[in-house]
Design a protein around this ligand. Structure first.
Ligand code: UDX
Ligand code: UDX
Length: 463
């Protein structure tokens, strides 16, 4: 059972303009967007090329783990189809949410986005709005516009169409809330008509709308993800400094985060950022910069820090255990962050590969991501376990890679009794060092030096 979501929507039910929307691409972004638009009353048709996915969705089975989403899909009448032509004809707004994976040179691969624009150009039967929700580099709106114009010309039709860039800022694990209670909605358009239509689409959602031009909207998405990545690499760099100079990164983060100009969020030091967006988008922006003679030295450093960070726990393990061959390492958490089963660019992949190369044995556990992890991890020297305690049983060290809530609630006494060597490497600073060490463990976190925790400020936190 997932926790129910209490969402704040605008209380203007009388004035909802029901719109017909087609979403092309039913991944994390497309499925959440389509479902949330259905929830606020729009008529939705979701399209995907993957027939199995569509067949399952028709039965109310969703292909991903995202809290609250399956219930919301079942509750709302959403049409699922593989027939893009039918969906485009039905809709007044066509939203492209196909993936934009990393290309050969780390740029964004626009193949699928271009295909959607082409399909739109081939099948639009009256004036419609084409919305790009995928993360796409600056200039993609223009490319899509050209593709559609070319297809219209081939058909000798001139329905007129609007191009909109409407980037998505949802996070996995909190995707519904992030969509329906968005911090902001960014809409890049060329015309007042497109603005009016997009405003209508979002009228039930209580969030500031920033209208801008298409290129600016495209850049905002990359700037946002790059800034978040910068915050993480900054705090990880400071954590490294704390380890050498003395000092506790958790309190450093609190001490700077209470300054409203800095903000408390995204200052958790750890084993580096992963996921389907931050790593890919920072790389793609650096790559795009080359076209315009922009070197992006700051973002290159952000990336380098992140790569080093992914190796940090492995180095710490070597420091504490010496040679790792034949040792049993327990791993708690595989997904790139909690509340998701997504393994894309998960730091766990880097660490596990390194451990396997040393001849160490691995016991691994994740509450949701194990099945996806099995597809991405070579099967030698690793066993996937059913419970955290089974995983830790007989281990020379326990490594925490994802901060799932259930790990924080561990019975430390029982954990101590099953481990061979009571060493915890806490890659997310999830556990309280003092409590864990009182329970007889050696706790090695990130940016928390080994010396006895000094008198850190006991902050009175004001809401
Ligand atoms: C999203 C965004 O769209 C991407 O730009 C951003 O950088 C990350 O988040 P996401 O929803 O995570 O991507 O992608 P994914 O889960 O891979 O889903 C994409 C879906 O589109 C898949 O279900 C795929 O089958 C479908 N697809 C792809 C199509 O329906 N048509 C295509 O031509 C290509
Ligand atoms: C991100 C953006 O936050 C979202 O706005 C965008 O639409 C998609 O990309 P997501 O990839 O779901 O969302 O995860 P996010 O919560 O941003 O976390 C990304 C990575 O950063 C995770 O590996 C997480 O563990 C790490 N992280 C996050 C930290 O290491 N420290 C932090 O303080 C926050």
């Amino acid at each position: 059972m997932s926790t129910p979501l209490f969402l704040k929507l605008k209380n203007n039910s009388d004035s909802v303009n029901i719109m017909k929307i087609a979403i092309i691409g039913t991944g994390y972004v497309g499925l959440t967007t389509g479902t949330c638009f259905a929830e606020i009353g729009h008529e939705i048709i979701c399209v995907d090329v993957n027939e199995e996915k569509i067949e399952n969705l028709k039965k109310g089975i969703i292909p991903i783990y995202e809290p609250g989403l399956e219930e919301m899909v079942r509750k709302n009448k959403i049409n699922f189809t593989t027939d893009a032509k039918k969906a485009i004809k039905f809709a007044e707004i066509v939203i492209s949410a196909v993936g934009t994976p990393m290309g050969k040179n780390h740029d964004a691969d626009l193949q699928f986005v271009k295909e959607v624009a082409e399909t739109f150009g081939k099948h639009a039967n009256n004036q419609k709005v084409f919305v790009n929700k995928s993360t796409v580099p600056v200039g993609t709106g223009k490319i899509c516009k050209k593709i559609i114009e070319t297809e219209f010309k081939k058909r000798n039709v001139d329905f007129g169409f609007e191009i909109v860039s409407n980037p998505e800022f949802l996070r996995e694990g909190t995707a519904i809330k992030d969509t329906l209670e968005a911090d902001r909605i960014v809409i890049g358009t060329e015309t007042n008509n497109a603005r009016k239509i997009m405003k209508k689409l979002y009228e039930k959602i209580e969030a500031p709308i920033l209208f801008t031009d298409i290129k600016t909207a495209e850049i905002i998405k990359y700037a946002a993800n790059s800034f978040l990545a910068t915050k993480i690499s900054f705090i990880n760099e400071m954590a490294g400094f704390c380890e050498k100079a003395g000092g506790n990164i958790k309190d450093v983060a609190k001490g700077i985060g209470l300054d409203k100009r800095i903000g408390k969020k995204f200052l958790n030091a750890g084993i580096g950022y992963g996921g389907s967006c931050l790593p890919k988008d920072v790389k793609a922006l650096i790559q795009k910069g080359q076209e315009f003679d922009c070197d992006f030295p700051l973002l290159k450093a952000v990336e380098e820090i992140n790569e080093n960070q992914k190796n940090l726990l492995f180095k710490k393990l070597q420091k504490h255990l010496g040679a790792l061959e034949g040792k049993l390492i327990a791993i708690w958490g595989l997904s790139f962050k909690p509340k998701t089963d997504d393994m894309r660019e998960a730091p766990s992949l880097t660490i596990i590969k390194k451990l396997q190369a040393t001849g160490a044995y691995i016991h691994a556990y994740d509450p949701k991501a194990t099945e996806n992890a099995k597809k991405m991890i070579e099967s030698f020297n690793i066993e996937f376990c059913k419970t955290p305690l089974d995983t830790a049983s007989g281990a020379n060290a326990l490594v925490i890679l994802t901060e799932w809530d259930e790990f924080a609630q561990t019975d430390l006494k029982r954990l101590h009794s099953v481990m061979k060597n009571p060493l915890i490497l806490d890659g997310r600073n999830l556990l309280n060092k003092e409590i864990v060490e009182k329970a007889g463990f050696k706790h090695v976190g990130i940016g928390q030096p080994d010396q006895k925790p000094h008198e850190t400020a006991k902050l009175l936190e004001h809401a």
